[in-house]
Design a protein around this ligand. Structure first.
Ligand code: CU
Length: 124
């Protein structure tokens, strides 16, 4: 009689304990997800796949409202690009003093989809 009570009490204790254990476990499952999201967020400004390249060319068009510049550029070895004409985004300070027809040397950052001109110098 006493043994049965003890057994029942122990079972209740075990069930109670395992019930307690489940809560932190459920939290553990969510933690890596949150960490992965934080990692992706911190990687957003500069994904690992970004490449830098240097080139020279002629300014074909500037759109200050959109913050873009079209360059008729020569081959860019770092990106394995042939010569072509294409558009880039560029901050106003990068384009200050630059006008259409200028021969320029420039640095670009390419994320695999689009490029941004990070520096530009007018050639003498
Ligand atoms: Cu190009």
């Amino acid at each position: 009689m006493k043994k049965t009570l003890m057994f029942t009490a122990m079972m209740a204790l075990l069930i109670g304990l395992s019930g307690c254990d489940k809560k932190p476990e459920a939290r553990k499952v969510e933690a890596p997800k949150a960490a992965a999201t934080a990692e992706a967020m911190s990687g957003m400004p500069m994904p690992a796949g970004n490449k830098m390249g240097k080139g020279s060319g002629t300014v074909a068009a500037i759109d200050t409202a959109k913050g873009t510049v079209t360059l008729d550029h020569g081959a860019i070895a770092e990106l394995k690009w042939p010569a072509m004409e294409m558009g880039f985004t560029a901050k106003p300070e990068v384009l200050s003093g630059i006008k259409v027809g200028d021969k320029v040397s420039f640095e670009i950052e390419w994320d695999g989809m689009s490029g941004a001109v990070t520096a530009m110098q007018k050639k003498p």
